[in-house]
Design a protein around this ligand. Structure first.
Ligand SMILES: [Zn+2]
Length: 137
């Protein structure tokens, strides 16, 4: 049995999500400083975190929890089925999004939040490489 009610559990999990966005902000600011121009909150399929429109690159920052990172995703001990279903649904959606854009010649870059935490410069490099490759197409 869970020690907290579903409502409280739900609010705990949504707070995890909010904390995660801090890493997305870090990446975004670093990209902007490095001269990348992007749009955020663009309401297109999959709702990417950043859209680098000119080079047709979409950046998704994946939360270790919500996207089921193999290293950091700790599923809550209670309602395990509920969370597993939710997370695996996200993963299926991620694959669908990847396929959708691949067919349209758009580059999809997925960056784990733990990569931003561990190596922000490395993440900048990945975006730079994706942009260069997309422009060379
Ligand atoms: Zn992770």
């Amino acid at each position: 049995m869970d020690t907290v009610s579903p409502q409280i559990r739900s609010s705990i999990m949504s707070r995890i999500k909010q904390r995660d966005t801090g890493l997305e902000v870090q990446l975004r600011r670093a990209l902007w400083k490095a001269g990348f121009r992007y749009r955020k909150n663009v309401r297109i399929f999959g709702t990417p975190d950043l859209v680098l429109a000119r080079s047709k690159v979409l950046v998704f920052v994946d939360s270790c929890f919500w996207h089921g990172c193999k290293v950091h995703c700790r599923k809550p001990k209670s309602n395990t089925m509920f969370w597993e279903t939710k997370i695996s649904r996200n993963q299926i959606r991620d694959r669908k999004v990847a396929g959708y854009y691949r067919r349209r010649g758009v580059t999809v870059l997925r960056i784990w939040e733990h990569d931003i935490q561990a190596n922000l410069d490395g993440c900048l490099m990945r975006v730079a490489q994706a942009v260069n490759r997309a422009r060379a197409k």
